[in-house]
Write a protein that binds this ligand. Structure first.
Ligand SMILES: [Cu+2]
Length: 169
């Protein structure tokens, strides 16, 4: 009897370990990342678009693990007519977006783009609806590290759709 219980216990432990391993794998697969020299690009993603929506923000992490400064200077994608690097910030009490000509990445520094404020990649003139689960390539150009193609995941976000404010132009 004791042996039986012990076996059941061990089987449970093994099952728990297996499930943990599975969920870790799922998390890792979801949090995809790319590396170019000393620059790590973390989890590029965008959100599913509404049928008439032709622009969308894309977000990713930038981590300069090297000892030299770098700078993200250009972004391109086949799915959009134009791709711009934007910054969104409060001007008085109004959130405004504007295009910037790059993002400085000092040696050892990192940043994480998020909806709702700060830097993002703006995709304008998207030819078709972006559906959750879709993926598309995005090419990033760094002044020092060069260029890399990363894959953007389209994620659903029914909980907190963040409407894009008008551009300050
Ligand atoms: Cu924008």
């Amino acid at each position: 009897m004791q042996t039986f219980n012990r076996t059941v216990f061990m089987a449970r432990q093994a099952a728990a370990g297996f499930l943990l391993a599975l969920s870790t794998l799922a998390t890792l697969a979801d949090a995809h990342e790319f590396k170019l020299g000393n620059i790590v690009i973390g989890h590029p993603y965008t959100r599913a678009t509404a049928p008439q929506q032709t622009s969308a923000g894309a977000y990713l992490g930038l981590d300069n693990q090297g000892k030299t400064d770098d700078r993200l200077v250009k972004v391109e994608s086949d799915i959009a007519k134009t791709v711009e690097i934007h910054n969104m910030e409060m001007v008085g009490d109004i959130m405004k977006m504007r295009e910037v000509d790059g993002i400085d990445l000092k040696a050892g520094s990192k940043l994480s783009m998020k909806p709702g404020g700060g830097y993002h990649i703006m995709l304008n003139g998207i030819g078709h609806e972006l559906k959750a689960g879709d993926q598309f390539p995005l090419t990033l150009y760094f002044s020092r590290a060069g260029k890399i193609e990363v894959i953007v995941h389209v994620e659903a976000d029914a909980n907190s759709p963040v409407p894009m404010p008008e551009h300050a132009r």
